[in-house]
Design a protein around this ligand. Structure first.
Ligand code: FE
Ligand code: ZN
Length: 440
């Protein structure tokens, strides 16, 4: 009898309120140890799940394993990135017959290699690239005008003479570059995309958000069965200079408690996926793990906490979710790009098959043995947030979406001359191509 009581207490603490019959089921499944295991794994939402699950979390509900030590891990991280992206490039017909760099250097002829860009600079001869693969490195000259970022892994075709390479063509792992049709699924259900709530900030647009919740709970929102929030759930503390002045709540736990109050108003047949962003209570280095137990237990059981990035499939429709911190870095490397061109930047990420391609700029990268920021599969929809604009387009059949925020312009943003485009909800109906946008 005691175990039943303990199970009940733990479930209540986690915002799950089972019926007597459900408790019977849980006891059959293994009682307390079953419940504890699910909670430890961050899968409390599975405890009461009766019907066959309509979504799969492909990547994003496990903690990332620690690396094997700082400098050793960075070496392994870059090797992992190189190998993962090389595997994608190997399937490109135009790169068949590629060779190791040491072999190409010895043979001094027309060669195809797969290399990482270790350094890049402009010169009067065009761009000079320092290319490297596990067997060696070479200085290469290139006159093309594609965007090349440091640390890009690319296929390179060219001539080698006197230990230098004269590049003719660069191949990105990218997408297949054939116009593919957008995926549609035989389901009336819809997914709502929002981002960057920044609850706890004085600029959080409470009234607009409440209007959205009413819409969701009402007749018009009845087909929306899922919601995805791409990070910056709360405003956090100590994120930027002078943030104290912008905060309504200066305790981060109070901020999450308030967020939970809003989220709990949403009808519980909507499954809500949340990833953290740079304002949330997890390490800032990417990939970011999902939020800790002390936060998760404040929320109802229809909320699923995922890591940043995460990759999920909803009724067969595959979605890559990333907060978008690296978009700021891309701004420094793409000439003439504006925040409003979020989709162009997202296409650059997809083209590189990497979510944070530039190392050592603003996005801190965690030292790990495996690179989890590689985009291993092309999603049907790729969503980010972070830059507080609303933009979407289609890139070779993949929908690129920067989901809108719920925060008014801050003094800090004003200082940086940045105008957000808040309170827009994007809905993806699974049986229709394209997206619908509603402004609240
Ligand atoms: Fe944000
Ligand atoms: Zn952010």
């Amino acid at each position: 009898m005691d175990e039943r009581r303990d199970v009940m207490k733990i479930l209540w603490d986690n915002g799950i309120f089972p019926t007597t019959r459900e408790i019977d089921e849980i006891m059959k499944m293994g009682g307390l140890s079953y419940v504890m295991k699910k909670i430890r794994e961050g899968k409390a939402y599975e405890i009461l799940r009766k019907e066959e699950s309509k979504f799969t979390i492909i990547r994003g509900d496990r903690d990332f394993p620690a690396g094997s030590g700082k400098s050793e891990s960075f070496r392994k991280l870059f090797l992992s990135r190189y190998m993962k992206i090389r595997k994608i490039l190997e399937s490109r017909v135009s790169l068949s017959g590629f060779v190791n760099l040491d072999y190409a250097i010895k043979n001094e002829s027309e060669s195809t290699i797969i290399a990482m860009v270790r350094d890049i600079r402009d010169s009067k001869y065009g761009r000079i690239l320092d290319l490297e693969d596990p067997s060696g490195h070479i200085i290469a000259y290139y006159n093309g005008n594609e965007n090349i970022f440091p640390d890009d892994v690319i296929g390179v075709k060219g001539n080698i003479r006197n230990g230098k390479m004269y590049v003719k063509e660069i191949v990105y792992p990218g997408v297949d570059n054939v116009s593919k049709k957008e995926k549609v699924v035989n389901s009336e259900n819809g997914i709502a995309f929002i981002s960057d709530l920044h609850v706890g900030s004085k600029m959080f647009m409470k009234e607009n958000f409440l209007k959205f919740i009413d819409w969701l709970n009402g007749e018009k929102g009845k087909n929306v069965k899922y919601m995805i929030i791409s990070g910056d759930l709360v405003d956090g503390i100590g994120i930027y200079p002078g943030q104290e002045r912008d905060l309504e709540l200066n305790d981060i736990f109070d901020q999450y408690a308030l967020l939970s109050q809003y989220i709990s108003r949403i009808k519980n047949d909507i499954t809500i996926f949340m990833i953290p962003g740079n304002h949330d209570l997890v390490r800032i280095a990417e990939p970011q793990p999902f939020l800790g137990d002390e936060i998760r237990k404040m929320f109802p059981a229809n909320v699923i906490f995922l890591s940043n990035p995460a990759y999920i499939s909803i009724e067969g429709f595959n979605i890559l979710i990333y907060h978008g911190t690296s978009l700021n870095d891309l701004m420094d490397y793409i000439k003439g790009i504006k925040y409003e061109n979020a989709d162009t930047m997202m296409a650059e990420l997809l083209k590189r098959r990497h979510l944070a391609p530039i190392y050592g700029n603003k996005v801190p990268i965690a030292p790990m043995d495996e690179d989890y920021m590689v985009i291993e599969d092309i999603p049907d929809l790729f969503v980010t947030g972070h830059i507080h604009v609303h933009k979407y387009s289609i890139y070779y059949g993949t929908i690129l979406l920067n989901a809108s925020a719920w925060q008014k312009q801050t003094e800090y943003q004003k200082m940086h001359n940045f105008n957000p485009d808040p309170c827009k909800v994007t809905i993806k109906f699974l049986n229709k191509p394209g997206l619908e946008t509603i402004k609240f």
